[in-house]
Ligand binder design. Structure first.
Ligand code: MN
Length: 231
């Protein structure tokens, strides 16, 4: 096989305790999946889950113990952090029932769904796609993937993000409106999941802006810390 130019390299994320890496297929994200965050965005109630995607090459891998770096993106004056539990799919499938979802999960990671909030808001107002607000370059920092057997009680894990040492978001995965199994059930009814898919499961309340020079430290209990500096 030859190409007219070199294909882009496969995006991959390190796996805790392994030398082999997790090759990324797609990056799915769940919108408004914590009640207090839905409220701060102007919505109430338990609406059916909805999804958007980021390109796989929006992933920014941050190795344990390191501080990753992302550029302050173009076109925005309101660049927001969203700390999220990320589910890594190891076995694909469609129409997966919530009760069977655990069989498809390879592991979990800490992620940041970085958002150009002003552009997202403008697109919402105009009824246009969110891509420019959500799916831009370097918008998906992620830490290493912890395999399920070593991940502990993820469904009851505290998650938080601090900016320059001060709390911004602090909640618990147990407060997800649509839990991990239900999210996979809904998602796999719309798309056939593939090994390598990542699911950013949604963010709790407290989303706010960062500026150049800020250091974000996010975590999900049992999955380690994710440190990212905005440049
Ligand atoms: Mn999000």
């Amino acid at each position: 096989m030859s190409y007219v130019f070199n294909p882009a390299p496969t995006v991959s994320v390190p796996v805790v305790g392994k030398t082999e890496r997790f090759p990324v297929h797609r990056v799915y994200c769940v919108g408004r999946n914590y009640e207090e965050h839905a409220k701060e965005m102007g919505f109430t109630g338990r609406e059916p889950p909805f999804f958007f995607l980021k390109p796989a090459d929006a992933i920014v891998v941050v190795n344990p113990g390191e501080t990753g770096s992302i550029p302050y993106p173009s076109l925005t004056k309101n660049f927001h952090h969203e700390i999220e539990l990320v589910v890594a799919i190891g076995t694909g499938g469609k129409n997966i029932k919530a009760a069977d979802a655990h069989k498809h999960i390879y592991g979990y990671a800490v992620g940041l769904d970085m958002t150009r909030r002003d552009l997202q808001g403008e697109m919402k107002k105009q009824g246009r796609p969110w891509c420019i607000g959500k799916a831009f370059d370097h918008s998906a920092p992620i830490g290493p993937i912890t395999p399920t057997a070593q991940a502990g009680d993820v469904v009851n894990a505290e998650l938080y993000v601090q900016v320059n040492g001060a709390d911004r978001q602090r909640s618990n995965v147990s407060k997800l409106i649509w839990n991990i199994g239900e999210t996979i059930e809904h998602l796999s009814a719309a798309w056939e999941l593939q090994p390598g898919d990542l699911i950013y499961t949604g963010t709790p309340e407290g989303v706010a802006a960062v500026v150049a020079g800020d250091v974000m430290v996010g975590a999900v209990a049992g999955l380690g810390e994710l440190r990212v500096k905005v440049n």
